[in-house]
Design a protein around this ligand. Structure first.
Ligand SMILES: Nc1ncnc2c1ncn2[C@@H]1O[C@H](COP(=O)(O)OP(=O)(O)OP(=O)(O)O)[C@@H](O)[C@H]1O
Ligand SMILES: [Mg+2]
Length: 262
């Protein structure tokens, strides 16, 4: 790891000499030719890390995850997976290479049952199906109980669970999650954060975008604050949560809301 990597990504010093699982360097990307939404983003994830991405609405958080997963055109910069260049590789190739992605919305097949949705994730590796299914139903007991129910009849939070379960069926090395706690009750949000940590502790590297910034910084190893398509701040979750500038600019309102509720 070069000195500049450490400067760009404070908190990574202990990984000196380790190959990152995913490394995005100086990304510019967008939906239309000549119009960049990401304006030079950097993100690194080392094996076993849980990375949080926070920032205001429209900052480009979802765009960054989609760029990593080959769904948004990268105009310049590069992405590597375990040292191999994967810049602009298509999503199906990335799934085979060990990347899982759970989008923010429209993330299940509504007319299929829960179990059929899980099977859809397995088209590349049918032999693994039953083994992974046991693991998934242990992680999400509710999905096991309701395996024959159509996904379209589930609540938003339950659909999010199905989408996460589907990505996990492929046994990914790195999981990209876009706002897994969005729209959930506080109890369900907490379950989601705990489950995400459990998945991560079982060996899956996680890159998670979250609206619930304070909670995200509590559970992630390191975080990135994205603003207007650029890295604004990065560091360990604790450093960011304690940084007066981050609090003032990105956590202030939330902190006030929490205080007022007591
Ligand atoms: N499919 C699209 N086509 C064109 N522009 C888009 C598209 N999706 C997003 N954008 C634009 O890209 C910018 C960043 O959007 P993005 O969804 O990445 O933000 P975000 O940080 O995820 O926001 P949020 O917190 O609201 O989810 C916005 O200005 C948005 O209008
Ligand atoms: Mg988003």
């Amino acid at each position: 790891m070069s000195a500049s990597t450490t400067v760009k990504h404070p908190g990574t010093e202990k990984f000196a000499g380790t190959e990152p699982i995913m490394n995005a360097t100086d990304l510019t990307a967008g939906y239309l030719p000549g119009v960049n939404i990401l304006n030079g983003c950097d993100l690194v994830c080392y094996p076993g890390e849980l990375i949080g991405i926070i920032g205001p609405n429209g900052a480009g958080k979802s765009t960054l995850l989609k760029a990593l997963f080959g769904l948004v055109k990268i105009h310049s910069g590069s992405v590597t997976l375990g040292g191999e260049d994967i810049t602009n590789l298509k999503a199906n190739k990335l799934v085979q290479a060990g990347v899982g992605f759970v989008p923010q919305t429209n993330n299940v097949f509504p007319s299929l049952t829960i179990e059929e949705n899980l099977q859809m994730g397995m088209f590349l590796r049918p032999k693994l199906f039953s083994e992974r299914l046991d693991y998934i139903y242990d992680l999400f007991p509710v999905l096991g109980d309701r395996r024959s129910q159509r996904a379209g009849s589930l609540s938003g939070g339950e659909r999010q669970s199905v989408a996460m379960a589907r990505a996990l069926m492929m046994d990914p090395k790195v999981l990209l999650l876009d706002e897994p706690s969005a729209g959930l009750s506080p109890v369900r949000q907490d379950e989601t954060f705990i489950r995400t940590r459990r998945i991560n502790k079982a060996g899956v590297s996680v890159i998670m975008v979250e609206q619930n910034a304070r909670r995200c910084l509590q559970i992630c190893d390191r975080g990135y604050v994205l603003d207007q398509g650029r890295n604004a701040y990065s560091g360990t979750g604790r450093e960011l949560a304690d940084d007066p500038k981050v609090i003032e600019l990105y956590l202030g309102t939330l902190a006030k809301d929490v205080d007022e509720s007591h």
